[in-house]
Design a protein around this ligand. Structure first.
Ligand code: ADP
Length: 337
């Protein structure tokens, strides 16, 4: 029998995967697979809170699945959220155990509703944008997860999940839902090569992220033109652009190069071109391996789809068991089977 602690994490299918996503999240997913009982979701119900195109969403889901598998996430840990509809069912129950006021205070709601207003012509803000942290609580609690790997910006959401679990358990008079803990790991925040004061992100546009599966020439070009001096760095402090290059070099596992170049930096002999070449080498090496694996997976898309559908069905059994128990406790009806 498994007695590993369970880890749950999810990612939205929103297009290209970049080195920020890899160093900041997915690399950690791969590492955690050994030690924990991991469940990783491709959460398409979350991706419809903002305006979207159905065809593109479906493509993005499978693209993300293949990208994740190419980086080393094992198929058996992966599920697609809309193949486990119990997430939506539990989410409704949880809506009734979560206060409206708490949802309106979530910073991501404030940010995203502003973004939504700016990008759409009709001021439309879906209520899904307000309640998606409740769906997120369902994503976690439905698997009775012990840990959720989080960055600091996600702590507020995990708190909401814990509040919902507490309220349900308390009102129902039963310690039913496992209280999830944050799994805080040392993960780098990768910055944009074009503007090292902002996070590497797709939403800022193409020059602000380096695609994990990009051609070698494209990666080299982006690193070569990365901003190093922004002109505002105080004396004796590393500029954000240089710090970002060092951080990517370190994250790419090039320890010797990192140690030698950081020594150059400290004795004032660092040439930016050497730092850029080493960083590009590091990223290209990772990208090459992943691109090759991606090619193999793409050659047999059908097999990938079958694997993921099967793993989603396995994972769904756990979700069904939890929802069944929750409905029983909450006085709702279950079909006997
Ligand atoms: P994007 O901002 O490109 O849309 P997402 O918000 O979909 O990326 O992020 C997916 C995952 O990748 C999250 O776990 C997030 O914390 C992580 N992540 C995204 N960008 C970065 C970054 N620049 N540095 C570190 N981690 C990141």
């Amino acid at each position: 029998m498994e007695n590993k602690k369970r880890v749950l994490s999810c990612i939205q299918p929103t297009g290209d995967m970049h080195f920020g996503n890899y160093f900041g999240a997915v690399k950690n997913w791969v590492a955690l697979q050994e030690q924990y009982d991991c469940i990783y979701g491709v959460v398409d119900y979350h991706a419809i809170t903002m305006p979207y195109t159905p065809k593109k969403l479906r493509e993005n889901v499978w693209d993300l699945v293949i990208n994740l598998m190419a980086t080393g996430v094992e198929a058996k840990h992966l599920f697609i959220q809309s193949l486990v509809p119990e997430h939506a069912e539990l989410s409704w129950i949880f809506n009734c155990f979560c206060s409206y006021g708490q949802l309106t205070r979530m910073t991501q709601f404030k940010d995203k509703s502003l973004q939504s207003k700016e990008t759409s012509s009709d001021d439309f803000i879906s209520s899904g944008l307000l309640t998606y942290p409740v769906l997120q609580a369902a994503d976690i609690l439905i698997y009775q997860a012990d840990y959720v790997p989080v960055g600091k910006d996600q702590i507020q959401h995990l708190e909401l999940t814990r509040n919902i679990a507490q309220r349900f358990n308390h009102q129902m008079g039963k310690e039913y839902f496992t209280m999830p803990e944050p799994l805080l790991t040392q993960i780098p925040k990768v910055m944009s090569p074009a503007d090292p004061n902002r996070k590497m992100s797709k939403s800022a546009g193409e020059k602000h992220y380096i695609n994990l599966f990009a051609e070698e020439s494209r990666i080299r070009k982006q690193i070569r033109s990365a901003v190093t001096d922004t002109g505002e760095t105080p004396e004796g402090k590393m500029s954000p652009g240089v710090e970002n290059l060092f951080s990517m070099l370190q994250a790419s596992g090039k320890k010797e190069e990192y140690d030698s170049l950081i020594a150059d930096y400290h004795n004032g002999s660092l040439k930016y071109v050497d730092l850029k070449d080493a960083t590009a080498d590091g990223l290209v090496a990772i990208s090459k391996t992943f691109r090759a694996r991606k090619e193999e997976l793409l050659a047999d898309r059908k097999a990938v789809k079958n694997q993921i559908k099967a793993s989603s069905m396995e994972i769904r059994k756990k979700a069904q068991e939890t929802v069944r128990g929750a409905k029983e406790i909450a006085g709702l009806q279950n079909i006997k089977f």
